[in-house]
Design a protein. Sequence first.
Length: 341
Amino acid sequence: MNDTFLKACRGEKTDYTPIWMMRQAGRYLPEYQKIRGKVSFLELCKNPELCVEVTLQPIDRLNMDAAILFSDILIPMQAMGATLEFHEGKGPIFPQTVRSKKELDKLSVPDPIEKTGFVMETIRLLRKELKVPLIGFAGAPFTCATYLIEGGSSKVFWETKKMMYTNPALFHELMEKITKTTSRYLLAQAEAGAQALQLFDSWAGILAPGDFEEFALPYATKILTELRQTGVPLIYFANNGATLLDLSVTTGADVIGLDWRINIGDAIRRVGKKAVQGNIDPFALLLPKEALRQRIKRLLADAEGAHGHIFNLGHGIHQFTPPDQAKFAVDCVHELSSRQS
Ligand code: CP3
């Protein structure tokens, strides 16, 4: 087993810098498109054999150092009783929003085995196939809450902030429920065989630091504290989180995920003795090859002082990325970071 990724998470010395890419299984791969041509996104998420197949696609084609379970952060929200739909080209939609006590009371804290057994089955099947570590994941409570409150993706988060400021008690109650669900869900993933766990806080960056501290951070911290017992490395990624970095460190995560808006060297100086994951702009994969190579070289040099560095994009890979460019980036990271010779 190639455990370079796990070593880097723990801040141990590695022969080279490991790499994986957020959203590495997805629409930029023709072999993914082929499967999606036959089943809907939600059908795919609930079919363990197909989930295994698409999880393995980027490992086989791109030589990644870690696999990430194929699923979606909104699957446990559906398990709580929320109606989830994916509309082609529009992303996720919750037709029944959660904006009142009555709507919140309709949601439950589900048993992860009973309601999301297909995820645990995918993990068990993957562990038999994989020669690199498997990352399990969930959305952080704040990010999940925005989808339930807004009814889908949003740009201004009007309803979320309205609830935070005008009915904080309801907001906190919703966060509590999502937090319990997520803790149980991730504990079950570790039990099924996930070897690292990542919390995606994609929308944390819309919050002022004080609001992040009051409305989001305590819940992410609670989950990561609970997950300590699993013994697996824990990763916290707050997108657009450069201004929240000092607070993010207090979650207790072993690895801090970084988006591309901050210089990785500056981030390393701020996170102290923690590993970092990131942080090239996903669009940099469109650069001409030599320019991309130079950029990777610079990033690796900037990350030299890290207590563990996992190379990644600063957010998910864009759907129009040519797969050969992604492969070129992986090869560059492996070659340029090699410490064996
Ligand atoms: O990283 C991986 O390869 C694992 C799979 C994964 C998916 N979603 C598959 C997916 C992971 C880790 C996620 C996380 C996720 N899902 C996040 C957090 C990370 C981030 O990007 O900020 C969020 C916010 C979601 C919610 C979600 N799911 C959105 C907003 C969308 C629409 C995106 C789009 O580009 O239209 C999805 C759908 C989704 N999740 C797809 C994939 C491969 C595309 C579905 C398809 O049409 O095939």
